[in-house]
Design a protein around this ligand. Structure first.
Ligand SMILES: Nc1ncnc2c1ncn2[C@@H]1O[C@H](COP(=O)(O)OP(=O)(O)O)[C@@H](O)[C@H]1O
Ligand SMILES: [Mg+2]
Length: 225
């Protein structure tokens, strides 16, 4: 589904991803971990078409993702329909005046019919247990509620590829458990999940494949479970 061919990425002052060649297959949950600054978030930005390899190639379902193609609204829209991304600081993703609006926003962007939008908003409020905060402004929710709201907004678009950057960081134990179980529950043969975490327990519970990224910004090893 996702192929990286010798992908490197450098910021003006520093390298963030170095010579990564890897294939991510549908139906699996990949967990990426490695020291702070090894390049996980940068790689995720590339996978989501927000940054582009400085060298090397990124193929999504056989199609190379390039800056030029992503400038086409039509292409970008169909790409974003298929891949969802929850940021490491997911609160910066929340910008509307209520949790409901937050979930509906992306669905309007996808051009779905009103009836479909209403039913998906209800479904994902229920799935992510957001009933009690559905009318509240996302920016003053608790950390766990913000994470669940960001997840709901992305999941409601029903992407087949889901990229989650440190989805349990900053949550208390109960919140971590809940999100872990939830992510396990959405694993399916027609979904590809790639996430980053520092939490060993989380890796054990959730990973089909564990990828270690090292401080040289490379994929050091990939361990199937
Ligand atoms: N916007 C940016 N501008 C310049 N350097 C950055 C930026 N974002 C990240 N970096 C640098 O790129 C490297 C990889 O960072 P990042 O992808 O955030 O790693 P991780 O998510 O694994 O902690 C680090 O050296 C970091 O300082
Ligand atoms: Mg990061």
């Amino acid at each position: 589904m996702i192929q990286l061919h010798d992908v490197s990425f450098s910021y003006p002052q520093s390298t963030a991803v170095s010579h990564v060649t890897y294939t991510f297959e549908m139906g699996k949950c990949y967990v990426l971990h490695g020291p702070n600054g090894c390049g996980k978030s940068t790689l995720f930005r590339i996978l989501n078409g927000l940054d582009f390899p400085t060298s090397g190639k990124y193929f999504f379902d056989g199609e190379e993702i390039t800056e030029k193609k992503m400038r086409s609204q039509k292409f970008a829209k169909s790409f974003h329909k298929r891949i969802g991304y929850v940021f490491q600081n997911s609160e910066i993703q929340l910008f509307t005046k209520s949790v409901e609006d937050e979930i509906a926003f992306g669905l309007h962007q996808l051009g779905l019919a009103d009836g479909e939008i209403i039913s998906r908003v209800e479904k994902y409020i229920r799935l992510l247990k957001l009933q009690n905060v559905r009318s509240r402004a996302p920016f003053n929710l608790s950390g766990g509620e913000k994470k669940r709201a960001a997840l709901a907004a992305v999941l409601a678009m029903e992407p087949s590829v889901l990229i989650l950057d440190e989805p349990i960081s900053g949550l208390d134990e109960e919140g971590q458990k809940w999100i872990t179980q939830f992510i396990c529950s959405i694993k399916s043969p027609d979904k590809l999940i790639i996430l980053a975490t520092h939490n060993r327990e989380f890796i054990k519970q959730i990973a089909d494949v564990e990828i270690i990224m090292n401080k040289e910004h490379r994929f050091e090893s990939s361990i199937p479970y």
